[in-house]
Design a protein around this ligand. Sequence first.
Ligand code: ADP
Ligand code: MG
Length: 559
Amino acid sequence: MAKKQFKAESKRLLEMMINSIYTQKEIFLRELISNSSDAIDKIYYRALSDEQIVFNKEDYYIKISVDKTNRLLTIEDTGIGMTKEELENNLGVIAKSGSFAFKNENEAKDGHNIIGQFGVGFYSAFMVADVVTVVSKALDSDEAFKWESKGADGYTVKETEKDTVGTVIQLKIKENTEDETYDEYLDEYRLKAIIKKYSDFIRYPIKMDVTLQKPKEGEENEFEEYQEEQTVNSMVPIWRKNKNELTDEDYENFYTEKRYGFDKPLSHMHISVDGAAVYKAILFIPENTPFDYYTKEYEKGLELYSNGVLIMDKCSDLLPDYFSFVKGMVDSEDLSLNISREMLQHDRQLKLIAKNIKSKIKSQLQSLLKDEREKYEKFYESFGRQLKFGVYSDYGANKEDLQDLLMFYSSKEKKLITLDDYVTNMPEDQKYIYYASGESNERLEKLPQTELVADKGYDILFFTEEVDEFAIKMIMNYREKEFKSVSSGDLGIEPDENEKQTESQEQDNKELFEYMKTVLENKVKEVKASKRLKTHPVCLTSEGELTIEMEKILNAMPN
Ligand code: ADP
Ligand code: MG
């Protein structure tokens, strides 16, 4: 029986593979440019150990050109090139990465800038092209070869002519179909935008002929087009620069350029870590609350780069929810370029980075609190509520990280204070941290329950947001002091001389209290003589864990 071929299926397999790895077609350009950059890097590493090779930076670049008429897009580089065998092995075998092998061989020589390692990036070209042609001349070789393929059908390799070392990749861009247009990959403005988005920080110049207009000589209001070669990428990313070279303005410009927010950043962090996790990051704390911040629409996350190449716009795994207001980017050498979202979630390196970032943000906030109190208060006004949610969520798992960062309004100081401020200023005989919950500071000032506590000279924290009391219940105690609501049954400070008086009052008014209880049936549990009232005739108190305010919130929640 004749053996059957899998040909048609393998073509579909290639399509499936490419379409499942890449969600957007435009990234083919990122992949090809990264390969070119890798190829130049390889000459650079060779030059480090080989005196025969002189590495003149000006000689190394990547050039993009467009031929609209023939639907051709060309990516040319002056990198290390490929021999016939390399063309066959690296481009002919799916999932074979010459760059991965190079990295392994050159581990000792610091080859870690190289981006590729999966051996599938090149094939993304077939998302937008019917035919891909690669003409390459390898370093140390006199011959040049031409590799050509229409996809998984196979490829041909022929000898050809090429003067200089390097590679030229030519894509025959697909014709538009009913559902899909490909013209944009022949549009220089669109291409420029794609390069800017993904490859702005490639270390070598990415050049492109750009069409410009100039006034026609001798003729008014007439213009003529001309071509000019431009370098599209900015090459040195700000995060690779030294902190000392940069001003606050540089960071503010970066924040605006990147559209992290419409405001100015309140504070920035420039991080460079070499340890278990190797990464660089620039993070910002915005000044204002984004309009959608406390809604479901808000998406947290940081930009994620692998070696200067953008791999994700909003990587949410890098930030805990309670620091979701932080904006910025992370660049790591340890991440693969064509890693998928699903894979990222399990990436050990990413987890390490996330953990490290969390503690950096925490200490940044702590130092703001300590050294720039006004700024911290501004921050807290915008995002304090999120920190309180953070304390409350996950069954209080993050309270240790967050409790020092909380602030509440102090009845005594008439401003926001931290829990540490509160406990530090407590008189020696004070047992508890007192708080009162209500709608507003003004209403709480008038609350009868606060009288006795305030009269003792004790401070009271005013809780005016629903989350406040829930957060405090998670913390339970701070610096060994328990929290106590001023409306709880036992305040622990009732003066002794009142004790007898209250008892006799209780006896004398027994009938009245019983009557009041019947009238208020189902509304109150008990009517008692109070030991805490001074000028006010009556007040409500609660027993047990829930305070009146919490009960109100719980009752208002939909079941
Ligand atoms: P990866 O970059 O993950 O290794 P690719 O599919 O993008 O996988 O590329 C496969 C291999 O082809 C690369 O590892 C490299 O050896 C080779 N290659 C691709 N493009 C070029 C180029 N422009 N110059 C030299 N070699 C290249
Ligand atoms: Mg690649």
